[in-house]
Design a protein around this ligand. Structure first.
Ligand code: HEM
Length: 131
């Protein structure tokens, strides 16, 4: 069970790297509403992947001894990712409707998401860093 959770968790973690495409494609989405529509869907899928990451990660944490600091940082980063993924939805939908005024918001939220993701990957790869 633990091995399955770890496998699912790691696969989910690496698939989430694809989120980088959202900030990269936002300038194109501002000119093409079909692209913006694809980004809305990709962003929604990301939110489901975060839930999988949370459930499998929470399960693994309950099975072994990780430092409280490491767990707190992981949860804070996860909350930032959930929040940014949620907040970027509206600007992305507006881009899909042809409203270009929200491009900066969409950029900032998606970049903050990705920076939190990179932080998450860093602490995940080296739990002893925050021991
Ligand atoms: C969605 C955001 C997350 C991503 C992208 C992510 C990514 C990863 C990756 C890639 C690994 C494998 C690291 C390695 O073996 O080198 C890992 C391990 C792990 N993750 Fe996450 N994770 C996320 C969220 C969480 C959360 C919220 C928790 C629980 C608080 C958690 C708990 C764990 C645990 C316990 C391990 C095993 C660490 C070990 O002992 O080596 N993860 N994670």
């Amino acid at each position: 069970m633990y091995d399955t959770a770890l496998w699912l968790h790691i696969v989910t973690g690496y698939v989430l790297f694809a989120y980088v495409l959202i900030p990269v494609l936002i300038p194109r989405a501002a000119k093409n509403s079909a692209t913006a529509g694809v980004l809305v869907t990709a962003n929604r899928i990301t939110q489901y992947l975060l839930i999988i990451g949370f459930l499998t990660g929470g399960y693994m944490v309950s099975k072994a001894g990780y430092s409280t600091l490491w767990i707190v940082v992981a949860i804070v980063l996860l909350l930032i990712m959930f929040a940014m993924g949620g907040m970027v939805t509206k600007p992305l939908k507006k881009l899909a409707q042809g409203d270009r005024s929200v491009i900066n918001k969409a950029m900032i939220f998606s970049i903050v998401f990705f920076v939190a993701y990179l932080g998450m990957m860093a602490i995940m790869s080296a739990p002893q860093m925050l021991a």
